[in-house]
Design a protein around this ligand. Structure first.
Ligand SMILES: [Zn+2]
Length: 331
């Protein structure tokens, strides 16, 4: 009887220990899963503009990294990214967008951690930047002082202004000309942000960057496709062997069939160096003609659109809020 009682006690102790262990393992699993589901740490890092008054600028030609005060850096960005002839409010919107873009890059690591730099001076990689000396040299002599003061004014009158979504700096993409409507980033790089949506802009056709054509011969098309896809084949005699299959809501090519390949408009843009993915394509005897609208990836603020809006009476805050949904501008 006593033996049986001992057995029961041992059994109960064993069950209690087992349940406790299982609980500990389960809890640690929950914590682990929770951490994985969390958005990157940077999102929770409290944003403080004072942390970004100096940036490390990588000069891509020399490889030199220079510490530059944020606003001095922005003179070089605004004057490289937007024509000085644009409206002052458009230049101010560019200053705020470039400041926000820079801070977002720093907060999220950017592309130049290995070089110990925050951002580089190349528009194809980060955003364009030009030294004051080089900028002035490219303007007519009698316009230099007036132009530079306009750039300084655009930056200085927006000092510390950053575009925020739910209190955090946004990924403030911008481009030259949307060709009438901007694009959702999901159709360009695959990601999505609630503040980056398709927006229509009228008046961008008044700028030279609005439309362009690119003509390649059939042989050139075949060679460029072969450079990218070794098994590429096309028979131009077969109907519909070169045709757009689907467009995005922003009016860009989502999918195009070229011979035995179905590729995205973004890939097609890259292969043929088109100004945008908003294009039509035609076969004309031995040539292929791409007719493009707009210039750039089409996401976020359109610079020509910003100038148009400024001409229509929008201030820089109105321009920023036109292109980025539900955002605030920091005080
Ligand atoms: Zn870069």
């Amino acid at each position: 009887m006593l033996k049986k009682f001992k057995k029961i006690i041992l059994y109960v102790i064993f069950v209690i220990i087992f349940v406790k262990c299982a609980e500990v393992v389960f809890r640690s699993k929950v914590i682990e899963t929770g951490a994985k589901d969390e958005t990157p740490i940077s999102v929770y890092k409290e944003f403080n503009y004072g942390d970004y008054t100096t940036i490390k600028l990588l000069h891509t030609e020399t490889g030199q990294v220079e510490d530059v005060p944020m606003d001095i850096y922005l003179y070089g960005v605004v004057s490289a990214e937007m024509p000085v002839s644009f409206e002052l409010e458009a230049l101010k919107s560019q200053a705020v967008v470039a400041r926000t873009y820079t801070i977002y890059k720093i907060m999220n690591g950017g592309k130049h951690i290995e070089q110990n730099a925050d951002i580089c001076d190349n528009s194809l990689c980060c955003q364009a930047w030009i030294s004051k000396e080089n900028r002035l040299a490219r303007w007519e002599e009698e316009k230099r002082e007036e132009n530079w003061l306009k750039i300084e004014n655009a930056v200085n009158s927006t000092i510390g202004k950053v575009i925020l979504y739910e209190g955090q700096p946004i990924n403030a993409f911008f481009h030259s000309n949307s060709g009438g409507s901007t694009e959702s980033p999901v159709n360009v790089w695959g990601g999505s942000y609630p503040y980056l949506q398709t927006v229509e802009t009228s008046g961008e056709n008044n700028y030279s960057s609005y439309s362009s054509e690119l003509i390649v011969t059939k042989d050139e098309l075949i060679q460029k496709m072969l450079d990218k896809y070794a098994d590429f084949q096309i028979d131009f005699a077969v109907e519909n062997n070169l045709q757009i299959l689907e467009n995005t809501e922003g009016g860009r090519v989502k999918k195009i069939k070229i011979g035995n390949k179905e590729i995205s408009g973004t890939d097609c843009r890259q292969i043929f160096s088109l100004r945008s993915a908003k294009f039509n394509v035609q076969i004309d005897n031995d040539n292929i003609k791409f007719s493009c609208l707009g210039y750039g990836h089409g996401v976020g603020l359109s610079q020509c659109g910003a100038d148009t809006l400024a001409k229509n009476g929008y201030d820089y805050i109105g321009i920023v809020k036109y292109y980025y949904k539900d955002v605030e501008i920091s005080e």
